[in-house]
Design a protein around this ligand. Sequence first.
Ligand SMILES: [Zn+2]
Ligand SMILES: [Zn+2]
Length: 379
Amino acid sequence: MSTKRCFYEVLEITKTSTSVEIKKAYKKQVLQYHPDRNPGDEDATEKFKAAAEAYDILGDDEKRQRYDQYGHAGVQGARGQGGGFHDVGDIFEAFGDLFEGFGFGGGRSGGRRTRARGADLKTALQIDLPEAAKGVDKEIEIRRKKPCERCDGSGAEPGHTPETCDYCGGHGQVVQSQGFFRMQTTCPTCRGSGKVIRHKCNTCYGSGREEEVVTRTVNVPAGIDTGQHLCLRGEGEAGVQGSSAGDLYIEVHVKEHAIFHREGPHLLCEIPITYSQAALGASIEVPLIDGTHSLKIPAGTQPSEMFQLRGKGMPDPRGRAAGDLHVEIQVVVPKKLSEEHRELLNQLAVHEEAEVHPHQKNWFERLKEFVTGPESDES
Ligand SMILES: [Zn+2]
Ligand SMILES: [Zn+2]
Protein backbone atom coordinates (compact mmCIF):
# COMPACT_ATOMS: atom_id res chain seq x y z
CA MET A 1 0.00 0.00 0.00
CA SER A 2 2.82 2.38 0.87
CA THR A 3 4.22 2.15 -2.66
CA LYS A 4 0.96 3.48 -4.10
CA ARG A 5 1.42 6.80 -5.84
CA CYS A 6 -0.60 9.86 -4.95
CA PHE A 7 -3.64 10.00 -7.21
CA TYR A 8 -3.09 13.72 -7.90
CA GLU A 9 0.44 12.96 -9.06
CA VAL A 10 -0.78 10.13 -11.26
CA LEU A 11 -3.13 12.46 -13.10
CA GLU A 12 -0.59 15.33 -12.98
CA ILE A 13 -3.00 17.72 -11.31
CA THR A 14 -3.20 19.50 -7.95
CA LYS A 15 -5.52 19.34 -4.96
CA THR A 16 -7.24 22.49 -6.14
CA SER A 17 -8.04 21.14 -9.62
CA THR A 18 -11.71 21.35 -10.59
CA SER A 19 -13.70 18.31 -11.65
CA VAL A 20 -13.52 19.52 -15.26
CA GLU A 21 -9.73 19.70 -15.02
CA ILE A 22 -9.63 16.22 -13.52
CA LYS A 23 -11.63 14.79 -16.41
CA LYS A 24 -9.42 16.59 -18.88
CA ALA A 25 -6.29 15.25 -17.20
CA TYR A 26 -7.69 11.72 -17.25
CA LYS A 27 -8.64 12.04 -20.90
CA LYS A 28 -5.08 13.08 -21.72
CA GLN A 29 -3.70 9.96 -19.99
CA VAL A 30 -6.22 7.68 -21.66
CA LEU A 31 -5.28 9.03 -25.09
CA GLN A 32 -1.63 8.44 -24.28
CA TYR A 33 -1.78 5.01 -22.63
CA HIS A 34 -4.86 3.34 -24.13
CA PRO A 35 -4.04 -0.35 -24.91
CA ASP A 36 -5.34 0.06 -28.47
CA ARG A 37 -2.59 2.60 -29.09
CA ASN A 38 0.12 0.71 -27.22
CA PRO A 39 -0.37 -2.94 -28.14
CA GLY A 40 1.72 -5.27 -25.99
CA ASP A 41 3.21 -2.41 -23.96
CA GLU A 42 2.86 -3.49 -20.32
CA ASP A 43 4.20 -0.24 -18.96
CA ALA A 44 1.50 1.68 -20.82
CA THR A 45 -1.16 -0.76 -19.56
CA GLU A 46 0.02 -0.19 -15.97
CA LYS A 47 -0.16 3.57 -16.45
CA PHE A 48 -3.58 3.22 -18.04
CA LYS A 49 -4.75 1.23 -15.01
CA ALA A 50 -3.20 3.66 -12.54
CA ALA A 51 -4.92 6.59 -14.27
CA ALA A 52 -8.27 4.78 -14.20
CA GLU A 53 -7.83 4.02 -10.51
CA ALA A 54 -6.99 7.63 -9.76
CA TYR A 55 -9.93 8.87 -11.82
CA ASP A 56 -12.27 6.38 -10.15
CA ILE A 57 -11.57 8.20 -6.88
CA LEU A 58 -10.89 11.80 -7.90
CA GLY A 59 -13.68 11.85 -10.49
CA ASP A 60 -16.22 11.15 -7.75
CA ASP A 61 -16.80 14.03 -5.32
CA GLU A 62 -17.54 11.84 -2.34
CA LYS A 63 -14.60 9.49 -2.86
CA ARG A 64 -12.32 12.44 -3.56
CA GLN A 65 -13.29 14.04 -0.26
CA ARG A 66 -12.53 10.82 1.63
CA TYR A 67 -9.22 10.52 -0.20
CA ASP A 68 -8.27 14.10 0.68
CA GLN A 69 -9.09 13.41 4.31
CA TYR A 70 -7.63 9.93 4.83
CA GLY A 71 -5.41 9.20 1.85
CA HIS A 72 -5.38 5.75 0.27
CA ALA A 73 -6.76 4.23 3.47
CA GLY A 74 -9.93 6.26 3.06
CA VAL A 75 -10.79 4.74 -0.30
CA GLN A 76 -9.75 1.13 0.22
CA GLY A 77 -12.12 -1.47 -1.03
CA ALA A 78 -13.80 1.04 -3.29
CA ARG A 79 -13.30 -1.50 -6.01
CA GLY A 80 -12.19 -4.90 -4.76
CA GLN A 81 -9.50 -5.36 -2.16
CA GLY A 82 -7.45 -2.26 -1.68
CA GLY A 83 -9.14 -0.52 -4.57
CA GLY A 84 -7.84 -0.58 -8.09
CA PHE A 85 -8.83 -2.45 -11.20
CA HIS A 86 -7.89 -6.05 -11.83
CA ASP A 87 -7.75 -5.76 -15.56
CA VAL A 88 -8.39 -3.44 -18.41
CA GLY A 89 -11.83 -4.97 -18.98
CA ASP A 90 -12.95 -3.68 -15.57
CA ILE A 91 -12.02 -0.17 -16.65
CA PHE A 92 -14.09 -0.33 -19.82
CA GLU A 93 -16.92 -1.72 -17.74
CA ALA A 94 -16.70 1.20 -15.33
CA PHE A 95 -16.06 4.06 -17.74
CA GLY A 96 -17.45 2.68 -21.01
CA ASP A 97 -19.64 5.71 -21.59
CA LEU A 98 -16.70 8.01 -21.07
CA PHE A 99 -14.54 6.19 -23.62
CA GLU A 100 -17.12 6.65 -26.33
CA GLY A 101 -16.66 10.37 -26.06
CA PHE A 102 -12.94 9.82 -26.58
CA GLY A 103 -13.25 8.62 -30.12
CA PHE A 104 -12.62 4.91 -29.61
CA GLY A 105 -14.79 2.07 -28.52
CA GLY A 106 -15.11 0.53 -25.10
CA GLY A 107 -12.28 -1.88 -25.84
CA ARG A 108 -12.39 -5.60 -26.53
CA SER A 109 -15.95 -6.14 -25.40
CA GLY A 110 -17.33 -3.52 -27.74
CA GLY A 111 -18.87 -1.45 -24.96
CA ARG A 112 -22.57 -0.91 -24.47
CA ARG A 113 -23.89 -3.56 -26.86
CA THR A 114 -22.73 -6.33 -24.51
CA ARG A 115 -24.73 -4.84 -21.69
CA ALA A 116 -28.01 -5.57 -23.47
CA ARG A 117 -27.03 -9.25 -23.72
CA GLY A 118 -29.64 -11.57 -22.19
CA ALA A 119 -29.29 -12.52 -18.54
CA ASP A 120 -27.43 -15.67 -17.54
CA LEU A 121 -29.61 -18.27 -15.89
CA LYS A 122 -28.83 -20.81 -13.20
CA THR A 123 -30.36 -24.18 -12.60
CA ALA A 124 -29.58 -27.31 -10.60
CA LEU A 125 -29.25 -30.86 -11.83
CA GLN A 126 -29.31 -33.96 -9.63
CA ILE A 127 -27.72 -37.20 -10.83
CA ASP A 128 -26.79 -40.41 -9.04
CA LEU A 129 -23.32 -41.78 -8.46
CA PRO A 130 -23.23 -44.41 -11.26
CA GLU A 131 -24.31 -41.66 -13.68
CA ALA A 132 -21.53 -39.43 -12.39
CA ALA A 133 -19.07 -42.30 -12.83
CA LYS A 134 -20.02 -43.09 -16.41
CA GLY A 135 -21.16 -39.71 -17.66
CA VAL A 136 -24.74 -39.22 -18.75
CA ASP A 137 -26.96 -37.21 -21.07
CA LYS A 138 -29.73 -35.55 -19.09
CA GLU A 139 -32.75 -33.65 -20.29
CA ILE A 140 -33.47 -30.45 -18.44
CA GLU A 141 -36.31 -27.98 -18.61
CA ILE A 142 -35.39 -24.35 -18.93
CA ARG A 143 -37.89 -21.61 -18.08
CA ARG A 144 -36.68 -18.41 -19.70
CA LYS A 145 -37.58 -15.29 -21.64
CA LYS A 146 -37.65 -15.34 -25.43
CA PRO A 147 -38.58 -12.75 -28.03
CA CYS A 148 -42.36 -12.18 -27.86
CA GLU A 149 -44.18 -13.95 -30.70
CA ARG A 150 -47.08 -11.50 -30.95
CA CYS A 151 -44.87 -8.50 -31.63
CA ASP A 152 -41.82 -10.40 -32.94
CA GLY A 153 -39.75 -8.90 -30.16
CA SER A 154 -40.44 -5.30 -31.11
CA GLY A 155 -42.64 -4.62 -28.07
CA ALA A 156 -45.19 -2.80 -30.25
CA GLU A 157 -48.75 -4.03 -30.83
CA PRO A 158 -49.08 -5.59 -34.31
CA GLY A 159 -49.97 -2.87 -36.82
CA HIS A 160 -47.81 -0.38 -35.00
CA THR A 161 -44.07 0.08 -35.04
CA PRO A 162 -41.75 1.53 -32.47
CA GLU A 163 -41.09 5.16 -33.28
CA THR A 164 -37.79 6.94 -33.38
CA CYS A 165 -36.96 8.52 -30.03
CA ASP A 166 -37.38 12.29 -30.23
CA TYR A 167 -35.00 12.97 -27.37
CA CYS A 168 -31.91 11.40 -28.95
CA GLY A 169 -33.03 11.32 -32.57
CA GLY A 170 -32.72 7.54 -32.61
CA HIS A 171 -29.03 7.43 -31.65
CA GLY A 172 -29.68 5.97 -28.23
CA GLN A 173 -26.99 8.31 -26.91
CA VAL A 174 -27.05 11.93 -25.94
CA VAL A 175 -24.07 14.25 -25.86
CA GLN A 176 -23.64 16.60 -22.95
CA SER A 177 -21.21 19.45 -23.31
CA GLN A 178 -19.34 21.03 -20.46
CA GLY A 179 -17.06 23.67 -21.92
CA PHE A 180 -14.98 21.95 -24.57
CA PHE A 181 -15.37 18.54 -22.93
CA ARG A 182 -18.07 16.42 -24.54
CA MET A 183 -19.55 13.45 -22.79
CA GLN A 184 -21.84 10.87 -24.31
CA THR A 185 -24.39 9.07 -22.16
CA THR A 186 -27.24 6.63 -22.70
CA CYS A 187 -30.50 8.37 -23.64
CA PRO A 188 -32.77 8.50 -20.56
CA THR A 189 -35.98 8.38 -22.64
CA CYS A 190 -35.38 5.25 -24.73
CA ARG A 191 -32.64 3.73 -22.53
CA GLY A 192 -30.28 3.42 -25.47
CA SER A 193 -32.55 1.61 -27.92
CA GLY A 194 -33.24 4.72 -30.03
CA LYS A 195 -36.91 3.73 -30.24
CA VAL A 196 -40.04 4.60 -28.27
CA ILE A 197 -43.10 2.34 -28.20
CA ARG A 198 -46.43 4.23 -28.07
CA HIS A 199 -48.76 1.26 -28.64
CA LYS A 200 -47.42 -1.48 -26.43
CA CYS A 201 -47.89 -5.17 -27.30
CA ASN A 202 -50.76 -6.81 -25.38
CA THR A 203 -48.76 -9.93 -24.60
CA CYS A 204 -45.44 -8.55 -23.40
CA TYR A 205 -46.50 -4.99 -22.47
CA GLY A 206 -43.66 -3.52 -24.50
CA SER A 207 -40.80 -5.60 -23.16
CA GLY A 208 -40.58 -7.56 -26.42
CA ARG A 209 -40.09 -10.78 -24.48
CA GLU A 210 -42.26 -13.56 -23.10
CA GLU A 211 -41.66 -16.65 -21.02
CA GLU A 212 -41.03 -20.04 -22.59
CA VAL A 213 -40.18 -23.51 -21.33
CA VAL A 214 -37.76 -25.52 -23.46
CA THR A 215 -36.06 -28.87 -23.06
CA ARG A 216 -32.36 -29.28 -23.67
CA THR A 217 -29.95 -32.17 -23.32
CA VAL A 218 -26.93 -31.70 -21.08
CA ASN A 219 -23.86 -33.89 -21.58
CA VAL A 220 -22.63 -34.56 -18.09
CA PRO A 221 -18.99 -35.69 -18.25
CA ALA A 222 -17.81 -38.77 -16.35
CA GLY A 223 -16.26 -37.96 -12.99
CA ILE A 224 -18.26 -34.82 -12.26
CA ASP A 225 -18.68 -33.97 -8.58
CA THR A 226 -21.22 -32.09 -6.47
CA GLY A 227 -20.87 -28.33 -6.77
CA GLN A 228 -19.30 -28.33 -10.22
CA HIS A 229 -20.93 -26.27 -12.96
CA LEU A 230 -21.72 -26.96 -16.58
CA CYS A 231 -22.56 -24.21 -19.01
CA LEU A 232 -24.86 -24.18 -22.02
CA ARG A 233 -23.81 -21.19 -24.09
CA GLY A 234 -26.64 -19.07 -25.45
CA GLU A 235 -29.35 -20.99 -23.53
CA GLY A 236 -29.99 -18.21 -21.03
CA GLU A 237 -32.47 -15.41 -21.56
CA ALA A 238 -32.86 -13.82 -24.97
CA GLY A 239 -31.16 -10.48 -25.36
CA VAL A 240 -33.11 -7.28 -25.77
CA GLN A 241 -33.86 -6.38 -29.38
CA GLY A 242 -31.64 -8.79 -31.20
CA SER A 243 -28.58 -8.83 -28.94
CA SER A 244 -27.09 -12.20 -27.99
CA ALA A 245 -28.68 -14.51 -25.43
CA GLY A 246 -27.19 -15.19 -22.01
CA ASP A 247 -25.78 -18.53 -20.88
CA LEU A 248 -27.29 -21.23 -18.72
CA TYR A 249 -25.22 -22.44 -15.78
CA ILE A 250 -26.05 -25.85 -14.36
CA GLU A 251 -24.92 -26.72 -10.87
CA VAL A 252 -24.53 -30.47 -10.51
CA HIS A 253 -25.48 -32.36 -7.37
CA VAL A 254 -24.47 -36.02 -7.08
CA LYS A 255 -26.77 -37.99 -4.77
CA GLU A 256 -25.43 -40.06 -1.88
CA HIS A 257 -25.06 -43.74 -2.72
CA ALA A 258 -26.22 -46.64 -0.54
CA ILE A 259 -22.91 -48.52 -0.73
CA PHE A 260 -20.23 -46.10 -1.88
CA HIS A 261 -19.13 -43.02 -0.05
CA ARG A 262 -17.31 -40.55 -2.28
CA GLU A 263 -14.36 -38.40 -1.33
CA GLY A 264 -13.27 -36.42 -4.37
CA PRO A 265 -11.97 -38.95 -6.90
CA HIS A 266 -11.93 -41.80 -4.36
CA LEU A 267 -14.67 -44.18 -3.29
CA LEU A 268 -15.04 -45.90 0.05
CA CYS A 269 -17.08 -48.97 0.88
CA GLU A 270 -17.45 -51.33 3.82
CA ILE A 271 -17.41 -55.06 3.16
CA PRO A 272 -18.77 -57.46 5.81
CA ILE A 273 -16.87 -60.73 6.27
CA THR A 274 -17.16 -63.51 8.85
CA TYR A 275 -14.82 -64.22 11.72
CA SER A 276 -13.55 -67.37 10.03
CA GLN A 277 -12.92 -65.51 6.75
CA ALA A 278 -10.92 -62.91 8.66
CA ALA A 279 -8.99 -65.55 10.58
CA LEU A 280 -8.34 -67.95 7.73
CA GLY A 281 -8.12 -65.50 4.84
CA ALA A 282 -10.53 -65.56 1.91
CA SER A 283 -11.28 -64.42 -1.56
CA ILE A 284 -14.24 -62.02 -1.48
CA GLU A 285 -16.31 -60.24 -4.11
CA VAL A 286 -16.07 -56.47 -3.86
CA PRO A 287 -18.72 -54.35 -5.60
CA LEU A 288 -17.47 -51.79 -8.09
CA ILE A 289 -19.54 -48.94 -9.46
CA ASP A 290 -19.92 -51.09 -12.60
CA GLY A 291 -19.52 -54.76 -11.72
CA THR A 292 -17.52 -56.64 -9.12
CA HIS A 293 -13.90 -57.36 -8.35
CA SER A 294 -12.33 -60.34 -6.61
CA LEU A 295 -10.19 -59.35 -3.62
CA LYS A 296 -7.92 -61.72 -1.68
CA ILE A 297 -7.71 -60.92 1.99
CA PRO A 298 -4.92 -62.55 3.95
CA ALA A 299 -5.30 -64.77 7.02
CA GLY A 300 -5.44 -62.70 10.20
CA THR A 301 -7.22 -59.68 8.68
CA GLN A 302 -8.40 -57.35 11.45
CA PRO A 303 -11.69 -55.45 11.73
CA SER A 304 -11.49 -52.01 10.03
CA GLU A 305 -8.46 -53.02 8.00
CA MET A 306 -8.35 -51.13 4.69
CA PHE A 307 -7.58 -52.46 1.23
CA GLN A 308 -6.93 -50.19 -1.71
CA LEU A 309 -8.02 -50.97 -5.25
CA ARG A 310 -6.10 -48.60 -7.49
CA GLY A 311 -8.00 -46.91 -10.28
CA LYS A 312 -11.35 -48.41 -9.23
CA GLY A 313 -12.70 -45.11 -7.92
CA MET A 314 -14.19 -42.25 -9.96
CA PRO A 315 -12.81 -41.27 -13.36
CA ASP A 316 -11.29 -37.81 -13.73
CA PRO A 317 -13.36 -35.40 -15.87
CA ARG A 318 -10.15 -33.90 -17.29
CA GLY A 319 -8.86 -37.34 -18.29
CA ARG A 320 -6.26 -37.76 -15.55
CA ALA A 321 -5.83 -40.97 -13.55
CA ALA A 322 -8.96 -42.34 -11.92
CA GLY A 323 -9.34 -42.40 -8.13
CA ASP A 324 -9.10 -45.49 -5.93
CA LEU A 325 -11.61 -47.69 -4.19
CA HIS A 326 -10.90 -48.11 -0.48
CA VAL A 327 -12.43 -51.21 1.05
CA GLU A 328 -12.91 -51.26 4.81
CA ILE A 329 -13.32 -54.71 6.33
CA GLN A 330 -16.18 -55.24 8.78
CA VAL A 331 -16.05 -58.45 10.78
CA VAL A 332 -19.63 -59.45 11.55
CA VAL A 333 -20.72 -61.51 14.51
CA PRO A 334 -23.76 -63.71 13.80
CA LYS A 335 -26.87 -62.82 15.80
CA LYS A 336 -28.52 -66.19 15.28
CA LEU A 337 -26.72 -69.54 15.35
CA SER A 338 -27.75 -72.90 13.95
CA GLU A 339 -27.31 -75.93 16.21
CA GLU A 340 -24.30 -77.07 14.24
CA HIS A 341 -22.75 -73.62 14.22
CA ARG A 342 -23.19 -73.35 17.99
CA GLU A 343 -21.55 -76.75 18.47
CA LEU A 344 -18.53 -75.75 16.39
CA LEU A 345 -18.14 -72.44 18.22
CA ASN A 346 -18.32 -74.23 21.57
CA GLN A 347 -15.48 -76.45 20.50
CA LEU A 348 -13.57 -73.38 19.39
CA ALA A 349 -14.22 -71.66 22.73
CA VAL A 350 -12.88 -74.62 24.70
CA HIS A 351 -9.83 -74.62 22.51
CA GLU A 352 -9.29 -70.87 22.90
CA GLU A 353 -9.61 -71.03 26.69
CA ALA A 354 -7.00 -73.73 26.92
CA GLU A 355 -4.63 -71.80 24.72
CA VAL A 356 -5.24 -68.09 25.02
CA HIS A 357 -3.67 -66.27 22.13
CA PRO A 358 -0.35 -64.67 23.04
CA HIS A 359 -1.36 -61.17 21.98
CA GLN A 360 -4.45 -61.39 24.18
CA LYS A 361 -2.26 -62.46 27.11
CA ASN A 362 -0.02 -59.46 26.53
CA TRP A 363 -3.03 -57.20 26.48
CA PHE A 364 -4.24 -58.50 29.88
CA GLU A 365 -0.78 -57.92 31.32
CA ARG A 366 -0.75 -54.36 30.04
CA LEU A 367 -4.19 -53.80 31.57
CA LYS A 368 -2.96 -55.06 34.94
CA GLU A 369 0.02 -52.72 34.71
CA PHE A 370 -2.29 -49.81 33.92
CA VAL A 371 -4.47 -50.51 36.97
CA THR A 372 -1.73 -51.20 39.51
CA GLY A 373 1.04 -49.10 38.02
CA PRO A 374 4.31 -50.37 36.51
CA GLU A 375 6.37 -52.50 38.90
CA SER A 376 9.47 -50.36 38.46
CA ASP A 377 7.66 -47.44 40.16
CA GLU A 378 7.08 -49.42 43.34
CA SER A 379 10.80 -49.81 44.16
ZN1 LIG B 1 -44.95 -8.52 -27.50
ZN1 LIG C 1 -33.67 8.19 -27.03
